[in-house]
Design a protein around this ligand. Structure first.
Ligand code: BGC
Length: 368
């Protein structure tokens, strides 16, 4: 699998990117009202629900009209939603894409009408019509997950071999490869030295992928891996890219008689600081890590991009050379992800007001 080398990452904010943006929906400059269409990918994961509402609130706070939609992991549905936003005269699109390379035609329609397009969290590929990208350092997410495994199993002090399995996200989400490569690169030296082994031999993105990031899909794959490779063997860790996937993995482990309360339950990583995963992390009953991406900051970055253009300026970006969408490097603002475990969840999640202890304690169990 090819992942382009991470290019120039500017530590400090404040670079101004040249933009073609600035023309109103009617093609006349200087008359922008901030009317924005927000196309989010799904309601099945907490983060997008919270962020859709957050983006609306911020943009409305600036006095702009908004249209919010959820594509429910269905590419065609998202395309229709975006088309309807264009028909209703939006000047800006903030898109959390479902299919990373399926939006070219509809974004060309948007561009014809002078709409500024901001790829939100997930880069949109193979189109010249993306103006900005607001996201996190996605490669670093995978690095943090792998480091949690390395530290928890004390791989630097022990010979192993430790049995690890890898999971990756949806193949049509551009972020998946970054998470996966960050994790794999970080584990690489342990794989070469033999401290870590992957009994399934599934080390590529495709066989480890999880369609729609779906918990049930992950549970099924984990069950199969246990059946096929872990008769006598013990599993020590699972590199999982997202909390929903992690909970599916834990369900399969529990069904195979791994005791989530015991100290030698496999180390399972995650991402998104979902309440139910934080509950397990806090109580020590399954998944032991998540990567927290402060989505309040992401919504702020994206809303401010819109405002900067409406006000006649250019959005602030801090990266010009990491994210090539097949046509060009997209000017991006990347935020730092944070590793969260039982030790620091209070400081990072509760004290910052992201979730209360109560919201974590009372998280509803998964259905189905
Ligand atoms: C996001 C992750 C999220 C995943 C599943 C990715 O594109 O970056 O934060 O866990 O989608 O929704």
């Amino acid at each position: 699998m090819h992942l382009s080398r991470r290019g120039l990452l500017f530590g400090s904010a404040g670079l101004a990117a040249t933009s073609l943006a600035g023309c109103g929906a009617d093609g006349e400059s200087g008359a922008l009202t901030g009317h924005t269409g927000i196309a989010m990918p799904t309601t099945t994961s907490d983060r997008w629900v919270v962020e859709g509402a957050d983006l609306e609130k911020r943009l409305k706070g600036f006095g702009y009209e908004t249209i919010l939609s959820y594509g429910e992991d269905n590419v065609e549905m998202q395309i229709e939603q975006i088309r309807s936003m264009i028909d209703k005269g939006v000047e800006f699109l903030i898109v959390g894409a479902i299919g990373n390379d399926s939006l070219g035609a509809v974004l060309a329609e948007a561009k014809n009408k002078g709409v500024t397009v901001i790829a939100y969290d997930r880069l949109i590929l193979d189109t010249p019509d993306v103006d900005y990208y607001a996201s996190f350092d996605n490669y670093e997410v995978g690095v943090l997950q792998a480091q949690h495994i390395i530290e928890t199993l004390k791989l630097d002090e022990r010979e192993g071999p430790f049995n690890v399995e890898l999971f990756s996200g949806a193949l049509d989400d551009n972020n998946s490869q970054y998470f996966f490569m960050g994790g794999l690169d970080t584990l690489e030296s342990y794989l070469y030295s033999g401290v870590v082994q992957i009994p399934s031999d599934e080390t590529e993105q495709e066989p480890t992928s999880t369609e729609r990031w779906d918990r049930g899909v992950a549970r099924e794959r984990m069950t199969q891996l246990l059946d096929d490779h872990y008769g006598e063997r013990k599993l020590h860790a699972v590199l999982s890219p997202y909390d929903g996937i992690s909970r599916g993995v834990v369900e399969a482990l529990v069904a195979a008689d791994y005791d989530p309360k015991s100290d030698d339950f496999p180390v399972v990583t995650g991402q998104d600081a979902e309440p139910l995963s934080l509950k397990a992390i806090k109580e020590g009953t399954g998944q032991s890590e998540t990567v927290f991406k402060d989505t309040r900051k992401l919504a702020e970055v994206a809303a401010n991009m819109v405002k900067a253009i409406v006000d006649g300026g250019t959005p602030e970006v801090n990266d010009l050379g990491s994210y090539d969408n097949g046509f060009q490097f997209i000017p991006a603002y990347l935020l730092p992800p944070v590793d969260v475990t039982a030790e620091n969840y209070q400081e990072e999640i509760v004290d910052t007001g992201y979730l209360s202890e109560g919201e974590i304690d009372e998280a509803e169990p998964d259905q189905g």
